[in-house]
Design a protein around this ligand. Structure first.
Ligand SMILES: Cc1ncc(COP(=O)(O)O)c(C=O)c1O
Length: 421
């Protein structure tokens, strides 16, 4: 059963009524399903089992400490892109030795923190970064394990903002440059090159881009070994898409089918960095309607979740299913609906969660659920318009636990008040 489902016209997360959570914790509220997270984690472990995968959950998708702790307890490693994300992993009980450190702009301080924490490897994105890691590691008297991030120049056929594997993107190095970097690395004693990394984009809903990418890496790994690098890991990044509208996502087994043969051919262990596929459909954003309003032919549903809570619609024009939390009209029914723009209170015309959306009749005071909001939702939330960020709740069956309290205006003002004269 889908973790989020209607029973008798009420929306539930597992065995917990969403309306009860909204009453207890207020709105806007992010609600996550523990069983959904763990099911996807297990599905990935099973799909890639043949190549002994290390699943490095991509912390950027949802970095809540409660979720990281849950995943660490179930064997997950982590993919981090900043010193802050590494700190989150460690504080949540995750192991740095099962974590990879990516990102195009690692500072010396972040590199040193990563080395001291004992990360499994740094995903190196440029020749200058390679030099920096070598220098920092030598200064600490350590040898830093690294993987070269290679840009395979494949088109992942996704939104241009989340496409990362084409040669015009800022990420990784093309194959020729990677080979030059590998030659350079061979003479840096404080670096040990143990892997190759690729991440071609996010919300990918076909397997072909992976098939093309994985083959390029197999060839490169052979060349790197000839240069003397002991390549043990092939990290294929993340990117598996989820269903935002209906069932556009491919099952993870299909991605495994095109990736696993390449990993075997390369004689490597597989690391993957899934984010969205684990957290995306495991979370919803719950909001409460404040007002309804008509302007010309347009009807606006003004509710208390705004672009500062969920920026994806404004940023990528992305689609999220939205439906009342309490409704006798089944989700997805098409007859007898009204068209609404679902907007928030922020002073921007870009502040919308949906445009021209067909919804059942709904009135001020009622609750709305914005589905598939578990990934790239709360992590991108801001305090724009001095709006405190939402609370987050993790549901396990009939139990719900607050994993982040709602911010207060005082929390927001504190760094300024501390130096206010
Ligand atoms: C290097 C890297 N790895 C993993 C991910 C996670 O991607 P996704 O959430 O699509 O699985 C990203 C996100 O863009 C990324 O940049």
């Amino acid at each position: 059963m889908d973790a989020f489902h209607y029973e008798g016209g009420h929306l539930f997360c597992e065995k917990t009524a969403i309306a009860d959570l909204a009453r207890t914790y207020g709105t806007p509220l992010y609600v996550y399903s523990q069983s959904s997270i763990l099911e996807t984690l297990r599905a990935l472990q099973t799909a890639f089992a043949e190549v002994d995968p290390l699943i490095c959950y991509s912390v950027k998708a949802n970095s809540n400490l409660g979720l990281l702790k849950l995943m660490a307890e179930h064997g997950s490693g982590f993919d981090v892109v900043s010193g802050g994300e590494l700190e989150r992993v460690v504080r949540a009980g995750g192991l740095a030795s099962r974590s990879v450190f990516a990102g195009v702009g690692k500072t010396d301080l972040e590199i040193a923190d990563g080395i001291r924490a004992g990360v499994l490897m740094f995903n190196v994105e440029s020749e200058e970064e390679l030099q920096a890691i070598g220098r920092v590691a030598a200064g600490l008297g350590r040898v830093a394990p690294i993987a070269l991030r290679v840009n395979p120049d494949v088109d992942p056929r996704t939104h241009r903002y989340i496409s990362t594997g084409k040669k015009e993107s800022k990420f990784g190095m093309d194959v020729e440059r990677a080979l030059r970097a590998a030659t350079e690395a061979a003479s840096i004693p404080s670096i040990r090159m143990i892997g190759v990394h690729m991440h071609i984009g996010s919300q990918i809903t076909s397997t072909e881009p992976y098939a093309g990418a994985v083959a390029k890496g197999v060839e490169l790994i052979a060349q790197l070994r000839k240069l003397g690098h002991p390549i043990e890991w092939y990290n294929m990044g993340g990117g598996y898409g989820i269903s935002y509208r209906g069932n556009e996502a491919r099952p993870v087994e299909e991605f495994a089918q095109v990736i696993v043969p390449g990993i075997k051919a390369a004689g490597c262990r597989l690391a993957i960095e899934p984010g969205r596929v684990i957290a995306g459909n495991a979370g919803i954003l719950v909001s409460r309607v404040i007002y309804t309003k008509q302007s010309g032919e347009k009807r606006f549903l003004i509710q208390d979740a705004a672009m500062n809570d969920l920026i994806r619609p404004a940023l990528y024009e992305s689609y999220h299913r939205i439906w009342p939390v309490e409704s006798n009209v089944p989700l997805g029914q098409e007859a007898g609906l009204q068209s609404w723009d679902v907007v928030g209170p922020v002073c921007e015309s870009g502040d919308f969660l949906a445009k021209d959306r067909e919804l059942p009749r709904i009135s001020p005071g009622e609750l709305l659920a914005v589905f598939s909001a578990g990934a790239y939702g709360m992590v991108m939330a801001s305090n724009y318009n001095t709006r405190p960020r939402a609370a987050e709740v993790l549901v396990d069956g009939a139990n719900a636990r607050l994993v982040r309290r709602r911010e207060t205006v005082d929390d927001l003002l504190r760094p300024e008040l501390d130096v206010f004269v």
